[in-house]
Design a protein around this ligand. Structure first.
Ligand code: TXA
Ligand code: MG
Length: 347
């Protein structure tokens, strides 16, 4: 019922993007690749189509969506950038777009409230993936797209993962193979700080690291709320749910220095960083997988993380997933953020 179409890396795929845009214009949902994770796209200006995103994902209505535009100049149509932030926004756009950076900006009236969960701001990005840009351009409107997984689950980094999550309940999936980043975009909110200077609130760690903003602008880390966001407080860090990006099986993250004490009779799988640690070599594991086998490269770990979490979730020989920490600098911060949420207490 869900058609899967391959994106040909050697052609411009224009017909395919037009076909996907026609489906979106008719109010349907389409799985669309980006460089970070696959998105579940809808026409952002059609509230009924956007409502289907929440329904199909099982996503609470207070968790707002990101809109994807095909070019940075489009944001002037969909946001109202305050005068004081104009320079910062344009600097960020020219440096990081197209790419894995999402900016939260005051929204224009044309963006339906359902997209932003009633917030006065909208999250917007220009993906580096030609498929997402091509579909948005063919549609002539922004594509609202959260990650194409059921709410709270692991984000999909391949078309087959999208099919496993949502197959049967969406119109089509564009298959462009594995995502090149593997982690959801970095989310920032440009603000004016208490001294009247432009600054950035970092709402979600991602492929654009806070080190990359250094020397450009002051970064304020927004503390993730420990309790889930409620309908009563939508403005307080939406999407910062403690448990997120989670496999179905229990997962334990070994924070640096933490000892692992297995429970008798439980079958453990190890999600290792390099696969070479004493723990990986000596433990009694049902399966050991390495994020960056032998070489400890954070970019490789990021690309493989979600696919490996899925693999361990599907392995019938494992009851509990144990994850080793990665070095918490640069991209390692985003990886540790996802591992912490995947292993956080569930409701
Ligand atoms: O890489 C990505 O960002 C992927 C691809 C598909 O673009 N999308 C993605 O969307 O991760 P989603 O919905 O899974 O996560 C978007 C996050 C949510 O946690 C949401 O709460 C936050 O963005 N968000 C959206 N609009 C916001 C707003 N106006 N203010 C604060 N946070 C917002
Ligand atoms: Mg998501």
């Amino acid at each position: 019922q869900t058609d899967i179409f391959e994106v040909d890396p050697l052609s411009d795929n224009r017909k395919l993007y037009v076909r996907a845009a026609e489906a979106l214009a008719a109010g349907a949902l389409v799985g669309i690749p980006t460089e970070t994770v696959y998105g579940l796209g809808a026409d952002a200006l059609n509230p009924d189509a956007v409502a289907k995103i929440f329904e199909v994902k099982g996503r609470p209505s207070f968790d707002p969506l990101i809109i994807h535009v095909h070019h940075g100049k489009e944001i002037e149509k969909y946001t109202n950038i305050p005068e004081e932030l104009w320079e910062l926004v344009h600097t960020l756009a020219s440096k990081f777009w197209p790419g894995p950076l999402t900016m939260v900006l005051p929204k224009a009236d044309i963006i339906p409230d359902i997209v932003t969960s009633g917030l006065p701001t909208v999250a917007v990005r220009v993906s580096a993936h030609p498929a997402m840009r091509g579909v948005a351009k063919a549609l002539g409107r922004p594509v609202a797209a959260p990650s194409a997984n059921r709410f709270g689950h692991i984000s999909p980094t391949s078309a087959s993962a999208v099919e496993k999550e949502l197959g049967g309940s969406i119109e089509m999936i564009l298959d462009a193979g594995a995502c090149s980043e593997g982690l959801e975009s970095t989310i920032v909110r440009p603000i004016v700080d208490d001294k009247g200077k432009p600054a950035l609130e970092l709402l979600r760690e991602g492929p654009v690291t806070r080190e990359q903003f250094r020397n450009m602008v002051k970064v304020i880390r927004r503390k993730p709320s420990s309790c889930p966001v409620s309908e009563a407080a939508p403005a307080d860090a939406p999407g910062q749910l403690a448990s997120h990006y989670a496999p179905r099986k229990p997962m334990i993250l070994l924070e640096p220095g933490m000892e692992f004490t297995p429970v008798e009779g439980v079958r453990y799988g190890l999600l290792s960083y390099e696969g070479t640690s004493d723990l990986a070599q000596e433990g009694n594991w049902a399966e050991v997988v390495a994020m960056s086998p032998g070489s400890g490269r954070l970019a490789e770990a990021a690309v493989r993380l979600f696919a490996l979490m899925r693999q361990m979730d599907e392995n019938g020989a494992i009851d509990v997933i144990v994850a080793e920490p990665v070095p918490e600098a640069g991209l390692g911060r985003a990886i540790m953020d996802r591992l912490r949420r995947a292993s956080a207490a569930r409701e």
